[in-house]
Design a binder for this molecule. Structure first.
Ligand code: MTE
Length: 328
């Protein structure tokens, strides 16, 4: 995203741009995710501030180390990646956008050592019946993980083909039971200047990194809560321990290292939209016909091969999402 024009200090060379330019109740939730009676989820219900009942020691024992045992997860045949060539894992691990660490894609992975991703607490709250605060390991342990091969398209006109591991966000949202007033979902990344050296260097940025989706977008089956990549848990530079993947939107909507998911009534402000609304609007669906103000979006460069290929509307996922926008 290196291409914000706003105050000069934010400007990064255009050369970086590719040329051409719920718990209904706890038991119901466990049912929903196939673990009724297992008694494994140790969450704190927000609002009443009381721990949910259940055999906590067992939860701890099961959670410890168990998440890693879930990899590799079986690939979902509906997203098998047929006809796509996976980007090399080493490329995906060393070519990153994660401004909390660096604006240089090839430096992010070298700067993540101090970033602690365990333990990690995530809050899911706002306009929902059953808000929760939960340890990510315990949360992830409750879901069946699957692998999906998705195209990933950055607004900067580069692209990758990535095998993500995770579970649909819709399942998590169903668990907290959104209220009817919830029209949007707001996501927030950890904000730890002592561990994320890029934050202090970009003082003008409205940290923490935030993103958002309309509720109907968030409930679309394509949106993944990703916990892994290439059959292993996510590396820190790719957004450990948990990130979003929204494959029909530009990559900045796929927020990393999430600490809070909040159901809200109004369209939330996002970091990039706050910085440059004309360049990074809230919706940000991949659309080859709508150029970025400073470059074309008609094609994209595959980062490993360097091949230039035509960009597809909705990044090729129109059959799943065009109807959300009154099309298709
Ligand atoms: N999330 C946070 N918290 N900070 C970021 O800088 N960059 C976004 C997105 N999520 C970003 C983020 C952008 S612009 C892209 S293209 C993708 O992460 C890159 O994901 P990757 O490094 O795993 O390929």
């Amino acid at each position: 995203m290196s291409n914000i024009i706003v105050p000069p200090r934010w400007r990064i060379p255009e050369s970086q741009v590719t040329s051409e330019s719920a718990f209904r109740n706890r038991r119901a939730f466990l049912h929903e995710i196939g673990l009724a009676g297992a008694g494994l989820l140790a969450v704190t219900q927000m609002g009443c501030g009381k721990e949910v009942d259940g055999p906590k020691p067992a939860a701890t024992a099961v959670a410890a180390g168990s998440t890693t045992g879930k990899y590799p997860a079986p690939r979902n045949p509906a997203f098998s990646g047929k006809g796509l060539v996976l980007t090399e894992a080493s490329v995906t691990a060393e070519y990153n956008n994660f401004y909390e660490f660096s604006t240089s894609k090839d430096r992010v992975h070298k700067l993540v050592d101090k970033f602690t991703v365990e333990p990690w607490t995530i809050r899911i709250d706002g306009l929902c019946e059953k808000p929760m605060t939960v340890d990510v390991r315990e949360l992830v342990d409750q879901f069946t993980l699957e692998e999906r091969v998705y195209r990933f398209r950055c607004v900067e006109a580069w692209a990758m083909i990535v095998p993500w591991t995770g579970f649909p966000l819709a399942k998590l949202l169903a668990a907290v039971q959104p209220k009817s007033e919830a029209k949007f979902v707001r996501f927030t990344t950890a904000n730890r200047p002592d561990q994320m050296p890029g934050i202090a260097r970009l003082r003008e940025y409205p940290w923490p990194y935030t993103e958002g989706l309309r509720i109907d977008e968030a409930l679309n089956d394509l949106v993944l809560v990703a916990t892994g990549i290439y059959g292993k848990p996510l590396p820190k530079q790719n957004g450990a321990p948990l990130r979003l993947v929204v494959p029909w939107k530009y990559g900045y909507k796929s927020i990393k290292s999430v600490v809070r998911i909040e159901l809200v009534s109004k369209q939330p402000s996002t970091l990039w939209e706050t910085l440059a609304p004309d360049e990074y609007p809230f919706e940000s669906n991949v659309d080859p016909k709508v150029p970025h103000p400073r470059w074309s979006q008609a094609s994209e460069r595959l980062v490993d091969s360097g091949d230039r290929v035509a960009t597809l509307p909705y990044n090729g996922y129109g059959e799943f999402v065009a109807r959300l926008y009154g099309k298709g």
